[in-house]
Design a protein. Sequence first.
Lengths: 303, 246
Amino acid sequence: MIDLLLPFHYEFFIKGIIVSVLLGGICGLAGVYIILRGLSYVGHGLSHAAFGGAIVGSIVGLNYYVGAIIWSYLASFVIYEISKRNKIKPDAAIGLVTTAIFAFGVLLVSITNRYTRNFESLLFGNILAITEQDLYIIVSVTILSGAFFFFLHKRLVFSFFDNESAKISGIKTSYIELLFSFVLATIIIVSMSSIGVTLLASVIVGPAISARMLSNNFSNVVFLSIIIGSVASFCGMYASFFLDSSSGPTIVMFITLAFGITALYTVFKKIYHSHSHGGISHSHPHLHTDEHRHEHEHEHKHP
Amino acid sequence: MGSFEYLKLTGVSYGFTYHDFVVEGVNLSIPKGRFVSIVGPSGSGKTTLLKLICGIYDPWNGDIEYICNDCDSIFYYPSVGYVPQIETIDWNFPVSVQEVIAMGSWNYKSYLPWIDKKLKNQIRDTLKILGLSGYEKRHIRALSGGEQQRVFLGRALIRNPDVLILDEPTTGLDYVSREKIFDILKALNNNGMTIILSTHDITHIANRSPWVICFNKYVIAEGHPQDVLKEDNLLKTYGLSDYKIK
């Protein structure tokens, strides 16, 4: 019989579970703001930029985090400036800038062949590569990023919803957006080692879009996204122990599963939508067609 | 209601591409408490002019200044409430009516993410004025065009602005919704609020506003509607030779 508590006997696993739950939660939280800002591609792009920075930093003898931070902050700033000063949408700027920085890192590796930190673990994630220092950094970044979203929530939501009106009402929208992209870059950097550059986009966007399908209320979307991110990361990490698989891909599979279940739920919810005939409220499977009209409990108008 | 100069635009020009002005050499003087309608065709620069007045754009040439004779500081800038064109809004954004209106008072306990009881009461009172009582929890997409427009008006009003600026507030609305919005604006203006709006609706809005500006890149004419909305001015503004004021 399988001992379900067996993984918790290992210190590396407990460390891994803490890291994955924290990262799942904070990526889920950041993801809500990212999708609402229309920057779904930013996680993918900035993780590549940070990867390039980590390599360059390592080659010139800097700490992994220092290199990644300098490079991804630079990428964030360039993306921000390009989108602000030109008629280019942020996603297009992300595509160009971050892949260029990523390519520069890979080019340096191929030329110098001096990169020491496990190259593969950064690409695909390896929870076993998490050091004590990484753990402390991840906990600190989670707390600070959580505080950022908590205290600047009003400014962020107003800026993302209606940027010009927010600016007129006195919000320094440019600073808020730049600060937001720096916070995102920081979250992405600390997530790279355990989730992996190539897989990070899913952990950021997946929980947020699943939560968005479930609710129209901002607070509920944030809450659900954090829960989905944390639970899927926990399940992925836990399953990876028994499957003897890489933690990053396993977590991504659970996030995709959560998305699939949510999508199915919303489809069935529409079909079984509660309605009433002559004042009697009930539900049964049906499609909304001209031949089958109802007096619906909730009116849905679309401008 | 005072009649002294409040908002002054002197030789204001602005454009989006070099040497191609959208707004050119605008001189305007608007007293406090005035209700101004700016009329002009699409692409005439009305929205750009409003955004210049709001401070979204900095003019290439000229000055925009607010003058407060009663204020101690020479650096006076009023509280401005802005109602954008609702076509620019992302209706899939997960926010309720209450959350949209609360955005207007973001600087009230600005570092706390929730809406407290005091603010909820203020929102309820604002919704009552706008004829939207009980709409607090509704998602913004589940409202009609007229109701959506009033929610954005509520967001501007909750900050109790000195100047209210509205970009085509009645576009796409039916007769009743248009009248409701106009009545609310008239009531606000009667209480002393300065109102500046842009509109395509000459017959129902501009014609009933106390002051009208015909605008197409520059000010063609301004004054009372009966003096301004005449064939020659409309011809210059719209290029319509056969337009007759009803």
